[in-house]
Design a binder for this molecule. Structure first.
Ligand code: 5GP
Length: 191
């Protein structure tokens, strides 16, 4: 998606450790019309797949997932990163290692929101080493639902998650694919 690449070049900031900050439109402030465009693009890519649910993980995946779900006319389920009082114990639970925070946590989805009849599209903001996607794929497996594929806003191809997940036969569509990011802020997109 050319418009996303241009926005990354204009507004993205490269942080140490291969982290891209896109707080002006995705990770802090949300550019709503732009999210609508991303939702439309995911719909264009997956429109024939009879999707029944969009699955994401809090927090930054939610905005894109909501726009995408509006296009498909289906609900969004977002995995929660904390066990809270308003969450029942009847959950699918999976361990995830956070790339940006460097810690481990458990992601949870209440069983009532995913079942074996569902055809699920996973949406997330970034794909780096693939731990978040591994966790969401595991939750879908536990539920018996079918994972149709993944829709990612920004994939960092210099990390291995995308290649590893595609090798498993899972479709991954990324709207921008970063091939290289240098310490001085240069960003190059993969072909
Ligand atoms: P992974 O699990 O694939 O290693 O990392 C994906 C998750 O980590 C995403 O859900 C995203 O929240 C976060 N993440 C990974 N890399 C970046 C990055 O470069 N910038 C931002 N803002 N988040 C990232």
């Amino acid at each position: 998606m050319k418009a996303l690449e241009e926005k990354i070049l204009r507004e993205g900031q490269v942080y140490p450790g291969g982290v891209l900050k896109v707080g002006s439109f995705l990770n802090h402030q949300i550019d709503v019309p732009f999210m609508v465009e991303m939702g439309r693009e995911f719909h264009r890519l997956y429109k024939d797949e009879k999707i029944t649910k969009i699955l994401t993980i809090e927090t930054s995946g939610i905005a894109i997932a909501v726009m995408c779900a509006a296009e498909f006319g289906v609900p969004v389920v977002f995995a929660k990163k904390h066990q809270t009082k308003n969450l029942t114990n009847d959950c699918y639970v999976t361990p995830i290692h956070s790339y940006t925070h460097g810690n481990d946590y458990e992601a949870r989805v209440e069983k009532q929101f995913l079942n074996a009849e569902d055809r699920v599209l996973i949406i997330d903001d970034f794909l780096a080493n693939g731990a978040a996607l591994d966790g969401l794929i595991d939750i879908i497996k536990q539920s018996g639902a079918h994972c149709v594929g993944c829709g990612i806003a920004i994939e960092k191809v210099f990390q291995q998650g995308g290649a590893r997940i595609r090798e498993q036969g899972i479709r991954v569509e990324s709207l921008a694919m970063i091939g290289e990011m240098t310490e001085d802020g240069q960003i190059t997109f993969a072909e």
